[in-house]
Write a protein that binds this ligand. Structure first.
Ligand SMILES: [Zn+2]
Ligand SMILES: [Zn+2]
Length: 330
């Protein structure tokens, strides 16, 4: 999977490119500053996933666009607000502060006239004054990806001294115990719905891995992990790989190819980090993942392929959504 322009206009592509460049830069800045990859960062655990000022969580790429920026800039908050909304609440964006651009990508159908009578051309759009174009052969709606973007500021970039309620903040809640129960629920629902086999085998036998031929996730015994969080991190990572099977978030990759392997590993790492943060599970210490060599290898991969992060985030978003979707009340 390479860079795709999603059928965007030239102007949209330019904005998209700017967002990409900024994200790559903030990720590298964050790595240099904290010596950790963003998805292994302890910072997001304490700040929580990025939220709008009303407490609503950001989704998709925005999760990491804002988190990477918060890490790079050393913000003490992961709450983001538009200029006008901040002013409405008595906050003033400090002079010289730059906004961060988030993206919303959505699919929009091609429209046709409300009174169109061409056979096999379009179908009714409920409650709209237009009809939706369809593919004459398949009868399915056709359209294209559209992109909008928005600019927001971190709460730290705003002077809240005049605000009535003071500085807004959203600190994640929930105890470790509840978090683990929640993570178990997500795992169980996923395994039940997909039929993936989940085996816990004593250490020494093998490293955590997913076997696509038998559709089996193999992990060491839970008690063999030094911290419970390491168990969940590995479990989310490996079930992330298992979503590659056809009928799930199907993707084909050649594990022998460095680039394809890198994309797959980065995708499942982002997805696992998102799920872990979603459950409120703190990341475990992991000497290997914190080693200079490991971090440098990712840093080099980002340099070599500027689309890697964006492509991986796209995939991570689909993977984590697919996993969460299996759990009805998660
Ligand atoms: Zn029509
Ligand atoms: Zn892996």
């Amino acid at each position: 999977m390479s860079a795709t322009n999603y059928g965007l206009s030239e102007k949209q592509q330019k904005v998209f490119k700017g967002i990409k460049e900024r994200l790559n830069a903030s990720i590298k800045e964050g790595i240099a500053k904290t010596n950790r990859l963003p998805w292994n960062s302890k910072i997001i655990e304490s700040l929580g996933l990025p939220t709008r000022i009303n407490g609503e969580k950001y989704k998709g790429k925005n999760v990491w666009i804002f988190s990477a920026e918060a890490i790079a800039k050393g913000y003490t908050s992961n709450t983001w607000i538009g200029y006008k909304e901040a002013a409405r609440r008595g906050g003033q964006v400090r002079k010289g502060e730059k906004a961060t651009t988030g993206v919303n990508r959505y699919w929009a159908p091609f429209r046709c006239k409300a009174n169109c009578a061409i056979p096999n051309h379009c179908i009714e759009a409920t409650g709209e004054d237009y009809r939706i174009r369809i593919d004459a052969e398949t009868g399915k709606p056709i359209g294209k990806m559209r992109l909008t973007w928005f600019n927001v500021f971190n709460s730290d970039q705003i002077d809240w001294s005049e605000a009535k309620g003071g500085k807004p903040c959203h600190i994640p809640t929930g105890s470790e115990f509840e978090s683990e129960e929640y993570a178990d629920k997500i795992l169980k629902a996923y395994l039940d719905k997909t039929g993936v086999t989940f085996r816990e085998v004593p250490i020494g036998d093998q490293n955590p891995h997913y076997n696509p031929n038998s559709d089996t996730v193999n992990l060491p015994l839970k008690v063999q992990f030094e911290e419970a969080s390491a168990y969940y991190s590995a479990a989310f990572h490996e079930i992330g790989h298992s979503t590659s099977k056809e009928g799930r978030v199907h993707r084909v990759f050649n594990y022998g190819m460095h680039k394809e392997r890198g994309l797959e590993e980065m995708s499942v790492e982002w997805a696992a980090a998102y799920l872990q943060n979603w459950c409120g599970i703190k990341g475990a210490e992991d000497a290997e993942k914190e080693s200079t060599a490991y971090i440098q290898s990712w840093s080099n991969a980002i340099d070599k392929d500027p689309d890697l992060i964006f492509d991986a985030m796209d995939m991570a978003d689909r993977i984590s959504n697919f996993i969460l979707k299996q759990c009805e009340d998660c």
